[in-house]
Design a protein around this ligand. Structure first.
Ligand SMILES: C[S@@+](CC[C@H](N)C(=O)[O-])C[C@H]1O[C@@H](n2cnc3c(N)ncnc32)[C@H](O)[C@@H]1O
Length: 243
């Protein structure tokens, strides 16, 4: 798996801090998670720990972040120490996390879009399910199977899609976070049926797809037409997988 964020922590954080879609995305993840109060949260591909920290702020009992990038984990840990929010962290590839910890809510915001093959997608869901309590859920944000570069490059929302090419049974997308130098990353887009097959094969009992929750206040805060590309060619989509 190649998704090293170690050398692009600054560019990623600059993007994340300025992202106009982040408040929409966290609102969506919170709503899809249901009751959060007192729940144990595992934040996979946690990056800076943004989602876990937001869930703690909304009353979660605990939040633990896992990311394969030591640079992101160092940043996340320093931020949580500074804020005293109690979030804990671990550097690990989710593909081979140590077993033994189960959580009420497992978050995966931009993890599955790094699976470079259907086999990897399948193995990723299978690696994650043992960490979801029976009766708990995995809440996912990933690259929307319907997004097409030909309909817009997403630059208005802080990240630019440079290239989209066919890749195995899906597509490979090259994205750029602005900065000096800009940071390039590679994502993979898979079809809905591919996700659903991987999710069921991993052992989840139910799966549902959800659009990001855009509210009137988001629309009023921007110039007319600003959200056009987000609504009609959204790069993210959410899934709830129940165990
Ligand atoms: C776009 S960032 C998202 C970070 C965070 N979830 C957020 O939304 O701010 C993607 C993160 O996924 C991590 N990542 C990618 N593949 C991973 C894997 N197999 N195991 C653990 N972390 C992974 C990267 O290191 C990176 O920090």
């Amino acid at each position: 798996m190649s998704a090293s964020y170690d050398s692009i922590v600054d560019q990623y954080m600059a993007y994340a801090n300025a992202s106009p879609t982040r408040p929409i995305e966290v609102r969506t993840m919170l709503r899809l998670s249901g009751e959060v109060k007192g729940k144990s949260v595992l934040d996979l591909a946690c990056g800076s720990g943004y989602y876990g920290r937001e869930f703690l702020r909304h009353g979660a009992g605990s939040a633990h972040g896992v990311d394969q990038s030591q640079g992101m984990i160092d940043f996340a840990r320093a931020l949580s120490t500074y804020r005293g929010d109690g979030m804990t962290f671990q550097t690990h590839d989710v593909m081979d996390m140590p077993s033994g910890s189960e959580h009420d809510i497992v978050l995966a915001a931009y993890l599955f879009n790094y699976a470079a093959s259907l086999d990897e997608l399948q193995r990723m869901f299978s690696a994650v399910i043992p960490h979801v309590k029976h009766g708990g859920k995995l809440v996912v944000q990933t690259l929307n199977p319907d997004y097409r570069l030909g309909l817009g490059d997403y630059a208005a929302y802080g990240v630019k899609v440079l290239e989209e090419t066919p890749w195995k049974q899906g597509a490979r997308l090259r994205l750029e976070f602005p900065g000096t130098p800009p940071a390039l990353i590679t994502n993979y887009r898979w079809e809905r049926a591919h996700y659903e097959q991987a999710i069921r094969a991993a052992g989840f009992s139910a799966v549902s797809w959800h659009e990001p929750v855009l509210e009137r206040a988001d629309i009023d805060a921007r110039a007319e037409g600003y959200w056009e590309g987000y609504v009609h060619n959204c790069m993210s989509v959410n899934l709830v997988c129940e165990r």
